[in-house]
Design a protein around this ligand. Structure first.
Ligand SMILES: [Zn+2]
Length: 430
């Protein structure tokens, strides 16, 4: 670790004096990868489970790395931590009447972080009709915003979908907005709704840093991975109870930190680079969902999400795959930038696993962003996947360094602003 830092300081001062390009191998190499990977995946981190002090220790380590790389914070935040809260609201009672007609509790769903709500037609709620023949998603889209209070009147033709809508309304980010959903065929001019809830809050945080662009500051390129894992569980036959998550996804988080360091030393990014490690991937992807909300999707030019790059791919070393490859031309741009190298990016060979939809790229991809996940995981036969055996000893540091280097090199023309990947056609997504 000390030797690495000494050499980086030399490079930093050298590049100031002579504007020379740092040697990529001096920054991205197996030793540098191992130095970070071994800390994140150590037993001391106890598997980095969301909502435990263990993941907080991992966050502190990542902050230290971002600081050493000289990253700035996102939107002038006081630090690299991007804190947020998940709210668990348990309905105690709800009463509603529409034009004086009482509505049964089973026909009401509430999405709110408030313990008490008393609303009527003069409370400033926007009334929206979800008409006959609509889909559940037409209702759910009103839940993923923080700005407005809504009363959604959902036509009774959606009654079969209502349990799904109800469960979607429950799990949520802490938010000042309230949405009340009523299954009804009525169009009331007066309404009265009272809600009592028991509300508890759980805090969590992503870790995010940026390198502002030289000429295109408001065009973002995201490099990300998730730093949470499964924590401590039952001991296996060897008595090991810690799910270290060395591959899943300490490897992706390590890549993010190494790339941050590299691009900081390179110091030539025209677009703004965002380095993000997400919490809560394993428990529902809340970290990347919250992170994604902080951006105008139109301003995000590309997202490189990195997940499980510690083992060799089904094609062997020096190769990785890109999920959703055919959905944009980003993969082709990356390939072009890698031409002449020994490295190959392939389309995702496991489409039946829906990795494009299951990983932290999905939220932004659904809003049109060319957001892909890069991985080497042999999904059908990754034998330590989600086991206590996912440890650093099963990973290939040399190949990991090559993958991280390839991501850095393949991204160059996008970072320079000379290439811009095409957008995902969100209407074509499942
Ligand atoms: Zn996992």
């Amino acid at each position: 670790m000390k030797i690495l830092f000494a050499s980086l300081i030399l490079f930093a001062s050298g590049s100031n004096l002579y504007a020379q390009t740092p040697n990529i191998d001096a920054i991205i190499n197996p030793k540098a990868v191992e130095n970070i990977e071994k800390v994140l995946s150590s037993d001391v981190m106890r598997g980095r489970a969301t909502f435990t002090p263990d993941i907080d220790r991992a966050a502190t380590f990542i902050e230290t790395q971002f600081k050493a790389a000289g990253l700035k914070t996102l939107n002038g935040a006081p630090g690299y931590l991007q804190p947020f809260a998940l709210v668990n609201a348990k309905l105690i009672s709800v009463t509603a009447s529409l034009d004086g007609v009482d509505i049964p509790e089973s026909a009401i769903a509430v999405s709110s972080s408030s313990p008490h709500l008393v609303i009527n037609e003069s409370s400033g709620y926007e009334k929206i009709f979800i008409k006959e023949g609509s889909a559940a998603v037409d209702v759910i889209k009103y839940l993923s915003q923080d700005k407005k209070n809504y009363l959604l009147l959902v036509d009774t033709s959606l009654s079969k979908r209502f349990p799904r809508i109800k469960s979607f309304a429950l799990q949520q980010f802490k938010s000042p907005r309230n949405v009340v959903i009523v299954l009804t065929a009525a169009n009331p001019s007066k309404f009265s709704i009272t809600v009592e809830q028991e509300v508890s809050e759980r805090k969590l945080a992503n870790v995010v840093g940026i390198l502002p662009g030289k000429s295109k500051k408001d065009e973002y390129i995201i490099f990300s991975g998730h730093y949470d894992h499964l924590g401590v569980g039952q001991p296996n036959e060897k008595g090991d109870s810690i799910f270290n998550g060395a591959n899943d996804d300490a490897s992706g988080s390590t890549a993010v930190m190494i790339l941050a360091n590299y691009f900081s030393k390179l110091h030539n990014n025209e677009r703004t680079l965002v380095f993000a490690t997400f919490t809560a991937e394993e428990v529902g992807g809340f970290g990347s969902q919250y992170f994604s909300r902080q951006f105008d999707p139109a301003r995000v030019m590309a997202m490189f999400n990195i997940e499980m790059i510690g083992t060799e791919s089904k094609w062997g070393t020096n190769s990785a795959f890109i999920t959703g490859y055919e959905k944009t031309d980003m993969g082709k741009i990356l390939e072009k930038n890698l031409s002449g190298s020994k490295f190959t990016f392939y389309p995702d060979p496991y489409p039946e696993q829906s990795l494009f939809y299951r990983s932290d790229n999905a939220t932004l991809a659904r809003q049109g962003v060319p957001a892909h996940t890069i991985s080497t995981a042999k999904m059908s036969e990754e034998k330590f996947y989600h086991t206590q055996g996912d440890e650093i000893g099963t990973l290939d540091m040399k190949n990991m360094a090559e993958i991280i280097k390839s991501i850095a090199i393949s991204a160059q023309s996008i970072i320079a602003g000379t290439d811009t990947p095409t957008r995902v056609d969100a209407t074509q997504l499942r």
